[in-house]
Design a protein around this ligand. Structure first.
Ligand code: PEP
Length: 257
């Protein structure tokens, strides 16, 4: 299966921006402006407290819902945590895991992220596993080692059928929210490496099903060229997903080429 066979996926991560009324405003604008004939799969990740209401708002559309994080236990004395079952019950099909902000501010380790990835699959959520190097690591030519470690630990002990849906997002930390995007060759190198690693670790048919996203300062102006890069099957969008016009232009990238 090659790139043409994998449905493009564009995910908007709203992070901790806006409460319920902002989420409803954003998703209503998105619904109204989205060309439903578009072949791109569109996912939004609002804050937890907006999930249920947003799921009702998108129930008649093809837009799908993601959590921004979850805990690996199903329930119990874990104050402040949210389980995969709760996300599922709130209407989510996806969950973003291992985002660099979780790694940086909440000190999430690859081992903890792996427990979350496993728990997500058990709850029938599609994990969007985020990986990527920091600027210092790139400068030290450590990028591929960092990415390999994140993959190796993050995807440990998964069943092969989990890979039929899992999504991997390559997000160089230095490109997130900075306005800086890597050169095409840099993205291509890492995406090729990830696909190759998946082929070696699992098998070619499985690796060829996995959608690989790029994330980091995606804007309407660069979406089409990013989507043209070999092995880039979609985009994970932060800041620009909070501006419906921009997010729509990114989703409709083919029309804006
Ligand atoms: C992100 O946070 O995953 C992200 C890619 O953010 P931005 O698009 O704002 O760089």
């Amino acid at each position: 299966m090659d790139k043409e066979m994998r449905q493009p996926l564009i995910v908007g991560n709203w992070k901790m921006n806006g409460g319920l009324s902002d989420s409803i405003r954003l998703v209503t604008n998105l619904k109204n402006q989205l060309n439903e004939k578009n072949q791109v799969e569109v996912v939004v990740a609002p804050p937890f407290t907006s999930l249920h209401s947003v799921s009702i708002a998108i129930s008649e559309t093809k837009i799908r819902l993601a959590g921004q994080n979850m805990f690996w236990e199903e329930s119990g004395a874990y104050t402040g945590e949210i389980s995969g079952l709760f996300l599922k019950e709130s209407g989510c099909d996806f969950v973003i895991l291992g985002h660099s902000e979780r790694r940086q501010f909440f000190k999430e380790s690859d081992e903890q992220i792996n427990l979350k990835v496993q728990a997500a699959c058990k709850s029938e959520l599609i994990p969007i596993l985020c990986i990527g190097e920091k600027l210092k690591e790139r400068q030290a030519k450590e990028t591929l080692n960092v990415v390999e470690k994140q993959l190796k630990i993050g995807l440990k002990d998964l069943a092969i059928h989990d890979f039929e849906t899992i999504v991997i997002a390559y997000e160089p930390v230095w490109a997130i929210g900075t306005g800086e995007t890597p050169q095409t060759e840099q993205i291509e190198e890492v995406h090729h490496f990830i696909r190759g690693w998946l082929k070696r670790y699992f098998d070619a048919p499985t690796a060829n099903m996995t959608r690989l996203l790029y994330g980091g300062s995606v804007q309407p102006e660069n979406a089409a060229s990013l989507m043209q890069i070999d092995e880039v099957d979609g985009l994970l969008v932060g800041g620009a997903s909070l501006h419906t016009e921009d997010f729509i232009k990114i989703i409709h990238f083919e029309e804006n080429r």
